[in-house]
Design a protein around this ligand. Structure first.
Ligand code: ZN
Length: 411
């Protein structure tokens, strides 16, 4: 079965915030997640290695054996000047960890704001022109190029793409690949996961998909203020959990919508400070993550468990120095070693000399996770209504795109 097609549909998923807040926040996310399949495969591999008394050796997720990677994604959807300027000022000290994504139609008359964004020297990417994804290649091409033109006016060439809302279509990814984009990030495809190369028929795209945690700054819609203690504690616990699980700290928000992250500098500061309070968390923008994931992917070696001498050794090693490896010989912990160490050979009894990561007792395991809930029953009437809305939106977007491309050609 084509995994990509199966992943295609989204549905409302509820996310756990804390025990007292009965009302769970929802987001539209992919119906099926490959994360669960991957987790099961890993369990299988571990069981097999424990059964055969041989170590499980895998490529480590982050550069130089770091426990996690922190990156902040800011989707510029609305063009509100006051909020955006407040955000740019707040995020200044962390601009190396930041990628901003411009939705063209919100900035078409606001070149002076785009210039301020460019002056920050943070990474800037493409968030389409219409904040929509079409089902056809040609419209998606125009949708990207209109924003590329805007960005070119402030000397920015985007390398990355963030999908608007949970819209997703393979024709958009085909165009992105043709245009040479380095990475993508779409809630319609994945969220809250390690990076991966999205499947394309029997192969994969060359772009790295970077899935972010889906909860950013839409809390207000569910009766939770962004400056409330609940939201502050939620992010604290989410980051703590990510650290202990060695999962990515990929957090996003909106810098230019009134009432969102741009208007809450204390929260933004708190998130950045908390994430980087750990000394073995590395950081960078999304182009850095994509470059790292490609380096990691390219590392190859023949790794052998020499049972007689009870040691692990790598032959024919090709890989960047910052690629590390994990060695696991029991269920409760792993050890991280460098490629150099592996090539010299590591006696298993010396493993305790290397960096150890405990796998037991993850704090706040439920925070930010999807809550299992019975599927919501949708009446036929609602279904017809939804279909009609979708149809009308599509027509409206086609019209918008046409108008925008005409007026930009004239100008
Ligand atoms: Zn957006």
């Amino acid at each position: 079965m084509n995994l990509f097609k199966r992943n295609h549909k989204v549905e409302r998923k509820y996310i756990f915030i804390n025990k007292l807040l009965g009302k769970n926040i929802w987001e539209n996310l992919p119906c099926k997640s490959d994360k669960i399949i991957r987790k099961k495969n890993k369990e299988k591999a571990l069981n097999e290695s424990l059964r055969t008394n041989s170590p499980l050796i895998e490529k480590w997720y982050w550069p130089n054996g770091a426990r996690s990677f922190f990156s902040f994604r800011a989707d510029m959807d609305a063009g509100n000047e006051e909020s955006l300027l407040s955000f740019l000022e707040t995020i200044g000290p962390w601009s190396k960890s930041l990628s901003l994504f411009v939705c063209g139609k919100a900035y078409v008359e606001k070149k002076q704001l785009l210039q301020k964004v460019a002056d920050l020297k943070a990474e800037v990417g493409n968030h389409t022109y219409t904040h929509y994804v079409f089902t056809g290649r040609d419209r998606n091409l125009i949708n990207l190029e209109l924003t590329e033109q805007l960005l070119a006016s402030v000397n920015i060439k985007p390398l990355g793409y963030v999908g608007p809302a949970s819209f997703f279509h393979t024709s958009m990814y085909d165009v992105l690949e043709e245009k040479g984009y380095d990475y993508t990030s779409s809630f319609g495809l994945a969220h809250d996961d390690y990076p991966f190369f999205p499947p394309k028929n029997a192969e994969t795209y060359k772009m790295v998909e970077i899935p972010f945690h889906c909860l950013g700054d839409r809390f207000h819609k569910f009766g939770l203020e962004l400056d409330s203690n609940d939201v502050r504690v939620f992010f604290e616990q989410l980051l703590e959990k990510k650290y202990h699980r060695c999962e990515p700290m990929f957090i996003y928000g909106h810098p230019d919508i009134p009432g969102r992250m741009g208007d809450h500098p204390d929260l933004v500061k708190h998130i950045c400070e908390k994430a980087l309070s750990y000394d073995d968390v590395c950081t960078g923008n999304m182009a850095d993550i994509a470059a790292w994931w490609k380096r990691r992917h390219e590392a190859t070696a023949d790794i052998i468990y020499d049972r007689e001498n009870d040691r692990v050794i790598a032959k024919n090693y090709h890989g960047s120095e910052d690629v590390y490896w994990s060695i696991q010989i029991s269920e409760d912990c792993i050890y991280l070693v460098s490629g150099d160490d592996l090539q010299k050979g590591i006696p298993l009894e010396e493993l305790k000399l290397y960096k150890k990561i405990n796998l037991t007792a993850t704090p706040y395991a439920a925070i930010g996770a999807i809550v299992e809930s019975s599927p919501t029953k949708i009446s036929l009437r609602t279904k017809i209504g939804n279909f009609r809305n979708k149809y009308r939106r599509n027509k409206r977007m086609i019209r918008e795109l046409k108008l925008a491309s005409l007026s930009l050609k004239k100008g």
